[in-house]
Write a protein that binds this ligand. Sequence first.
Ligand SMILES: Cc1cc2nc3c(=O)[nH]c(=O)nc-3n(C[C@H](O)[C@H](O)[C@H](O)COP(=O)(O)OP(=O)(O)OC[C@H]3O[C@@H](n4cnc5c(N)ncnc54)[C@H](O)[C@@H]3O)c2cc1C
Length: 400
Amino acid sequence: MNRRYRVVVVGGGVTGLMAAMLLGRGVPGEALEVTVVDAAPRPDFSPDGDVALRVSAIATGTAALFEEVGAWDHVAAMRASPYESMRVWDENDSPDSATALRFDAAEFGVPQLGFIVENVLLQAALLQRLDDAPVDLRFACPIRAVRREARCYDIELGNGTRLAADLVVGADGARSFVRSAAGIEAQEWPYEQTAFVTHLRPEKPHRATAWQRFLRDGPLGMLPLADGRVSVVWSTTPGRAQAALDADDVALGRMLSDASDYVLGELGVAGPRGAFPLCARHAQQYVLPNLALIGDAAHAIHPLAGQGANLGLQDAAELARQVHRALGAGLHPGDRPVLRRYERARKGANATMLHFMTGLNRLFATDSKFVEGIRAAGMRVFNRGGPIREHAVKVALGVD
Ligand SMILES: Cc1cc2nc3c(=O)[nH]c(=O)nc-3n(C[C@H](O)[C@H](O)[C@H](O)COP(=O)(O)OP(=O)(O)OC[C@H]3O[C@@H](n4cnc5c(N)ncnc54)[C@H](O)[C@@H]3O)c2cc1C
């Protein structure tokens, strides 16, 4: 007998839409009826508009996932910007010194390490595929309640509609409503940093390189955009981030040129501005019977290595893999042992990345000469090669 199961994905960000795309495929004879519910209006991408404020570094391995679901061609046809190199250095150093971290795609026999893509374009590419899939998309539709029933969840939408779900996927971001409604605690580690984000036009070419300078207050990242600009993520004190938001264009250009140590010459203001308070957060459980958390709802990490969305997309892929496996074996996709397999596959990997990013951020935020010495020695060893570097490269490429 063919069975049909109802899946409600709460959150239509990149991870929720990817989960819907993958889950919606089902397995022969066992179908999943997938609904996506998002509080925000349907995201709209226009190739004629300016590059959106929020962009993500998407690793090559993650881009392969978009290819697998037929969404990458749309991204590539619009404006994905490949990056071929990464340079990471300390404020007392230069990006060309022996103690700066270097990764070059050519060294690993790949054309690029990844791509800088607008978040809204990733969503639009997935939505274009989902429009042709048997998935019910409901935007501008906040949820009012998530209640546990005997073997399912009852989800009440803002307009009073109720949906029953054999499996609820909480993909509703760092302040997940699903997570709190289900009573899942999350541990928090505030960074006391705010990420100031904008686009800048550098005097010198960015050379398809992702640049990151570690300052005492936090790292300054500059990601190459296809039109020659760089997208800046400056993690700094909340006060400095506010000053950057309030500064006039000339003062802001000077502030960020100083922070970047003029590695790309003078930086000219050339885009919108925004600020995001930073906090690491990890859910104590990813799953309960009939419920799974993915993406930022399960874990939020420091943006310094551009891994948050990449990890969330891997969660989506792993959850779909385990659900399909269970369906193939005649199991209920919401059974705890099925969902626990997803949790076991992802929680450890995400925790490692979360704590590594927190540690790295702290390692550079010190004036200690002793720590500086260890850091420089570590960087030299890292650049010489070996298993740690190989592992880091796999993570950067998203093929770990
Ligand atoms: C400054 C900055 C730079 C970053 N750079 C990178 C990078 O280079 N590379 C990278 O991989 N990651 C990066 N990240 C992290 C990345 O942006 C996030 O990890 C990713 O966007 C999380 O996606 P998500 O779909 O899990 O959650 P979100 O993008 O937060 O999406 C959640 C969705 O849920 C919806 N929602 C929320 N509440 C409800 C509700 N009650 N009912 C219905 N819907 C709801 C929201 O409307 C939203 O659409 C960065 C983060 C920051 C802050």
